[in-house]
Design a protein around this ligand. Structure first.
Ligand code: ZN
Length: 266
C-alpha cells in the first residue's frame, strides 16, 4: 500500500494512465465473464473450465484469435469491430465494457489518491459491472460473483478499517433480511414473486462494503434508478415485463461507496 501511495504521489498522471490500462485489461476479462458465465452455470461446468476453455475465438466461424486480435480496446478499433476471418461483427458491448472499466479505473485513482480508496472502487466495479450486464440479459445474479463480493467486503473492512467490522457484518445481515422480508410480504400479498434470491445476496454483499448505516440511502437510489429504467424501457418491452433489480442495486452500490469515500455520507 505504501509503495502504491508513493508511486501515486510521485507520478500522478502516469499512475492514472497505468490504472486505465489495467482497467482495459481487466475489462477484457469481464467481457469474457459476461459472455460465458451464464452458459457455464447452465451447463454446470466448473468456473475455470467455463471461463478459460475454449480459448478466445470468433463465435461465428470458430477462428482462434491471435495475440494481436486480442489486445483490449486496440484490437476492436484496428479490426473495426469485425472478425478478421469471416467479417462477422464483434459485439460493440465488449468494447464498451473495456472502455468503461478503463475510464472508471483511471478516474477513480485520479479522484481518490489513497490506494485503499481506489482499490476498493476497482474491486467493487469488477463485480458489479458483470452482475449488471448478466442480470439485464439473463435475469440472473450468479452466486459465483455475489458470494466472493460479500466475503471480500468483510475481509476488506477487517484489513483496512474503512468501516468497523461489526458495521460491515450488520450491513450484510440487514441487507439480506430487508429484501427477504419484502419478498415474503409481497408474495403473501399478491401471490407473485417480486424479487429474486440473487437480489438478497447482492444487497447483503453491498451491505458488507458500505455498512448498515448506508443501506436506506442505497435502497432508495436503487429503487429510483430501477423506476427510471422501467419508464425508459416500457414502450419497447410491454406492460408485464420483469424488471431486474440487480442493475439498480449495482448503480446505487457504486454511487454510495464513492460518496462514502468522498466523505459526503457516513
Ligand atoms: Zn469469424
Amino acid at each position: 500500500m505504501s509503495l502504491l501511495l508513493m508511486l501515486r504521489d510521485q507520478f500522478p498522471l502516469q499512475f492514472c494512465i497505468m490504472g486505465g490500462i489495467l482497467g482495459a485489461i481487466l475489462g477484457s476479462f469481464l467481457g469474457v465473464v459476461v459472455e460465458r458465465l451464464p452458459a457455464s452455470i447452465q451447463a454446470e461446468e466448473t468456473m475455470t473450465d467455463g471461463l478459460m476453455y475454449p480459448p478466445s475465438h470468433c463465435a461465428q466461424c470458430q477462428h482462434s484469435l491471435r495475440w494481436w486480435e486480442n489486445i483490449p480496446l486496440l484490437s476492436w478499433l484496428l479490426l473495426r469491430g469485425r472478425c478478421v476471418h469471416c467479417h462477422t461483427a464483434i459485439p460493440a458491448r465488449l468494447l464498451m465494457i473495456e472502455a468503461m472499466t478503463s475510464l472508471f479505473f483511471a478516474l477513480s485513482c485520479w479522484g481518490f489518491p489513497e490506494p485503499q480508496d481506489f482499490l476498493s472502487l476497482w474491486i467493487v466495479w469488477c463485480a458489479l459491472l458483470p452482475l449488471t450486464l448478466i442480470d439485464l440479459r439473463h435475469l440472473l445474479l450468479p452466486d459465483a460473483i455475489t458470494q466472493p463480493l460479500l466475503w471480500g467486503g468483510l475481509l476488506w473492512n477487517a484489513l483496512t478499517g474503512h468501516l468497523l467490522l461489526v458495521d460491515a457484518l450488520y450491513g450484510a445481515v440487514a441487507g439480506y433480511l430487508a429484501l427477504w422480508l419484502l419478498y415474503w410480504f409481497f408474495l403473501l400479498l399478491t401471490r407473485r414473486e417480486g424479487l429474486g434470491f440473487g437480489d438478497f445476496k447482492l444487497l447483503a454483499a453491498l451491505g458488507a462494503w458500505v455498512g448498515w448505516q448506508a443501506l436506506p440511502t442505497l435502497v432508495l437510489i436503487a429503487a429510483s434508478s430501477s423506476i427510471i429504467f422501467y419508464f425508459f424501457t416500457r414502450q419497447h418491452s410491454g406492460k408485464n415485463t420483469i424488471i431486474p433489480f440487480g442493475p439498480g442495486l449495482s448503480v446505487a452500490g457504486i454511487i454510495v461507496l464513492t460518496l462514502q469515500l468522498a466523505d459526503y455520507i457516513v
